[in-house]
Design a protein around this ligand. Structure first.
Ligand code: RP5
Length: 163
């Protein structure tokens, strides 16, 4: 297996039911990735270590998912120059997910986190692949095919409806 280019991290194993969508789409698009649990609140030193070593480990994009007071994406973004994509996860104790959305979205100027929709791990995976696709031709080709397939699906349904 090739070295991971995308690091998928999440605050808890309970986030995996959402974050596995990022892994699935990266697999489909042929992007090597790694998955691990890194909690901003429960394992802060592990979070610092992961973020600080990501570049030397060959990671090009980090996808970070968390729920509740979701500090993981922002804290990781503060520790690295890699692009960080944040996935707000609707955890069981959350106030309809607004806690996760706002704590990931409302970053102060200077520390961006590319925030996707609530539970939007699939788009996080596609966005990460698009970043990788800027320097990896094979991934760019796979993305093109992915988009063609999406377009065809809609066109087919339009035809089906008209028939
Ligand atoms: C956050 O708290 C995690 O990202 C998760 O979404 C939420 C609940 O975690 P667990 O109590 O299920 O481990 O840190």
């Amino acid at each position: 297996m090739s070295k991971a280019l995308v690091g998928i991290i999440m605050g808890s194993q309970s986030d995996l039911r959402v974050m596995s969508d990022a892994a699935s789409v990266l697999e489909e698009l042929g992007v090597p990735f790694e998955v691990t649990i890194v909690s901003a609140h429960r394992t802060p030193h592990r979070m610092v270590d992961y973020a600080e070593k990501a570049i030397e480990n060959g990671i090009k994009v980090i996808i970070a998912g968390a729920g509740g007071a979701a500090h993981l994406p922002g804290m990781v973004a503060s520790l690295t120059t890699l692009p960080v994509i944040g996935v707000p996860v609707k955890s069981s104790n959350s106030i309809d997910g607004w806690d996760s959305v706002l704590s990931i979205l409302q970053m102060p100027g200077g520390v961006p986190v590319a925030t996707v929709a609530l539970d939007g791990a699939k788009n996080a995976g596609i966005l990460a692949a698009q970043i990788v696709g800027t320097f990896n031709e094979k991934v760019a080709e796979n993305l093109k095919a992915y988009k063609t397939q999406m377009r065809k699906k809609v066109e087919d349904s339009v035809e089906e409806l008209a028939a």
